[in-house]
Design a binder for this molecule. Sequence first.
Ligand SMILES: [Zn+2]
Length: 199
Amino acid sequence: MRVFSLARLANQWVGLDGLSFWHGITPIVLVDTAMPTSRLRMSLAHELGHLVLHKAHGLADRRVSEHEAAKFAAAFLLPSDSLSTCGIRTYNVDALVQLRAVWGASVAALARRLYEVRMLSEWNYRQVFIQLSILGWRKGEPEDTERPLPSEMSVLLRKVFTTLRTEGTTHPAVAEALNLNIDDLDALLVGLLPTAVSV
Ligand SMILES: [Zn+2]
């Protein structure tokens, strides 16, 4: 799966977290790498869901396919078997903030998934979202500054660019070989590589 950054374009297309498609036999994902890590992880898993589930019949019914991709992402990142061993029995926003650092998912995503796998009652689920509204976290949760989630970087791209640099291949030469201008190449890689490797 090839993942590129959508950061610059996403700024122009408000509300677009990511998109994916097959190019021949190659799955391609573009994501807004400027998003908080928890949202980025969910978006990557969501696009993986589209690639796996909707290759054959495409996106005929968009509402159904979006629902399926969201369910896939939640199950992929928050498997019910592992969640059931997390040991917490009382779920409120404080408890879910603790779990957020473990699972790399937002409090809202955790609450939804716990409700889905019947580890959270409907009443508790509603209470969590009431608390999130009171905190003003419904449109976006603040980063956990004490335990920030590590950024999701591309392991493959890092290896490729490290090897190229070791071989003496410059950044402009990579852009030229790909028939891209250097700004467009950088825009595709932003947020996916440590700066020390990409420059
Ligand atoms: Zn989608």
